[in-house]
Design a protein around this ligand. Structure first.
Ligand code: ADP
Length: 433
């Protein structure tokens, strides 16, 4: 990893990069106060990074620059002041992991303790061992400071490197996702085009098949015997089924392309429910299923696309009849309810609004809770024997969901007390009377 290379000690080239300036001054001050000796820290470039004790002793300005030779022993050495006989300094290198970063200087001091030796004005007198011990102490403290300072830098740099690495990985993933998304979008477009073309091409000959079988059935081409009639009926029924499937596919395709238009006008829910019940009564009667209507009081008037809402109810009731056993009862209901108000962004606005709830209840096998969301997906069918027995395309409910959502409404399924299903559809687009 290239970033890790940044974290090697090669980068700790300057003392001031690793050591906190305040901490360094504080260390020098306490060392200076400890033995009443001037102390200063000098960088490799000769820059004075901290200097304590000189001002008090009156040597701040004229303290000579003491050279720290390259071959200075790690524990430091005593150096005589060339300009001031009898004055000495203790000089020690500051190194970190084999790299010289600077040095510190203790002094000047006069190591002579005998009364006969001349006292130099302004130069403190301390035993040599004291300066040596102070130097060792200072070396130890600076070493600890260097170690922790360097560790803090490493931690920060590692953190920065890991954030940079995460960002890079994230950018790569985002780019890959964007690419996959673009490809999927293109595939989706191709699929939609393909579906639209194929469905259209299938529908034209199918209309002829249905039309000609109708003509045959009505005897336009001469009378048919019983067996021929039965065959023609089968052709007609299968043709109708195929046409319904193609129409559903075209509808769904149109909705997926966002080409669905909703023509809103006030609709009469009561009339709509009765009309759907009447339309499907013959189909239900074949299975001795009764289709009943239950209407609540004061149904709200909603603005909706009557053709689309009729399709929603037809799909739901057709399913109810299809999945209910012979002799069962299917109920189509409508009642007033409330729905949370939402703006175009889906944010809740003030107070609930009146809404219309359409309910289709059946005595069928019901839908397991785990499948209740998925049945609204295109081509999804509950994997059970009833589904296989009843056939179907798995498109009806996905069309229902899209139509209801295009109206700003909601559709879901619950369990009926009888064990069957209750499909509820709430349309909140209300115009109050
Ligand atoms: P289709 O009915 O053509 O299979 P739908 O999209 O209308 O497609 O329904 C999807 C699936 O949901 C059905 O295959 C069936 O498994 C389940 N389903 C729908 N309505 C009912 C119902 N009233 N009772 C039981 N299962 C149902």
């Amino acid at each position: 990893m290239s970033e890790r290379a940044d974290l090697t000690l090669a980068d700790v080239a300057r003392l001031e990069d690793v050591l906190d300036a305040d901490a360094l001054v504080e260390v020098c001050r306490s060392a200076s106060e400890l033995c009443a000796l001037p102390v200063r820290v000098v960088s490799c470039e000769g820059e004075r990074l901290a200097a304590e004790g000189h001002a008090a002793e009156g040597h701040a300005a004229d303290a000579p620059a003491i050279d720290a030779p390259e071959d200075l022993a790690p524990e430091g050495a005593e150096v005589a002041d060339p300009r001031s006989p009898g004055a000495f300094y203790r000089v020690a290198p500051i190194a970190y992991q084999g790299r010289r970063l600077g040095h510190f200087v203790i002094g000047p001091y006069s190591p002579s303790l005998t009364a006969s030796s001349p006292a130099r004005e302004g130069i403190p007198r301390v035993p040599r061992e004291t300066a040596e011990r102070l130097s060792a102490h200072l070396l130890g403290v600076i070493d600890v400071l260097l170690f922790s300072g360097h560790r803090a830098i490493l931690t920060t740099e590692m953190h920065v490197a890991s954030v940079r690495e995460s960002y890079r990985a994230l950018s790569e993933k985002t780019a890959a996702l964007q690419k996959a998304y673009d490809e999927l979008k293109e595939l989706d477009r191709l699929k939609s085009n393909f579906l639209a073309t194929v469905s259209h091409e299938l529908r034209t000959p199918l209309t002829s098949i249905i039309g000609y079988s109708d003509m045959l059935a009505t005897g336009l081409a001469g009378p048919l015997n019983a067996e021929q009639s039965e065959f023609v009926d089968t052709i007609r029924n299968k043709g109708d089924h195929l046409l319904a499937l193609i129409t559903s596919m075209l509808d769904l395709n149109q909705m997926e392309r966002g080409e669905l238009t909703i023509e809103r006008e006030p609709i009469d829910a009561c009339a709509l429910v009765h009309e759907v019940a009447k339309t499907l009564a013959p189909q239900a009667a074949k299975k001795q299923i009764s289709v009943e209507v239950e209407l609540g009081d004061e149904l709200p008037s909603i603005e909706a696309d009557a053709v689309r809402i009729r399709q929603v109810l037809l799909n739901l009731v057709e399913n109810a009849v299809k999945f209910s056993p012979a002799g069962a009862r299917v109920v189509i209901g409508a009642r007033a309810t409330t729905a949370p108000s939402q703006d175009e962004m889906g944010l809740a606005l003030m107070g609930p609004r009146r809404a219309l709830e359409l309910v289709v209840t059946d005595d069928g096998p019901g839908i397991p809770e785990s499948q209740r969301e998925r049945i609204f997906d295109a081509f999804y069918q509950v994997d059970g024997s009833s589904t296989r027995t009843h056939g179907g395309t798995g498109l009806g409910l996905s069309i229902v969901k899209r139509l209801v959502e295009a109206h700003g409404g909601e559709v879901w399924v619950d369990s009926a007390p009888s064990g069957g299903s209750i499909f509820r559809c709430v349309l909140a687009d209300i115009v109050d009377e």
